[in-house]
Design a protein around this ligand. Sequence first.
Ligand code: HEC
Length: 144
Amino acid sequence: MMIKGRNFFMTVAAVSLTVLVSPAFAATTPAALVGEYTVEAKKADKAFKGFTAENGHKFYLAEAKDKKGETVSCSGCHTKDPTKDGKTRAGKAIKPMAFSANKERFTDKAKVEKWFKRNCDDVYARACTPQEKGDFITYLINAK
Ligand code: HEC
């Protein structure tokens, strides 16, 4: 009887854990995410040659004009030094983007995609390409 009860409890615990973990939090690792963008980049461009932290850094700093004609950039909110806190336009703090300073970065694909969509549209009025996303993440997982 004891064992039966315990097994039941463990089953319930395992099931609740599964429900908790998925699918709201699509846990991944930054390296696995880069792997997924590699597959997408190869599909989008046959001449794809890989991601570099250098191109990601350039993209991070690059300035563009937004829909209102204002100069904007990824680093405008995320700061030029990604190991430091950033700031939204309303002045709210944004945690560091560098993985070395914030281990939650690039560990949830749904979150990453949500913010790429929103921020790329905000800065470039278009979606970012798999090349840009992969370079961006490659820079930020190496930034110290
Ligand atoms: C107007 C301010 C603003 C700008 C400009 C901006 N971001 Fe963000 N970004 C945010 C906020 C706010 C969050 C969500 C809060 C957080 O994750 O700390 C975020 C989160 C992200 C995330 C989620 C990362 C993760 O795993 O947690 C990605 C990816 C991202 N931004 C990419 C970009 C890129 C690429 C650009 C430039 C094209 C950019 N952002 C420009 C405000 C901005």
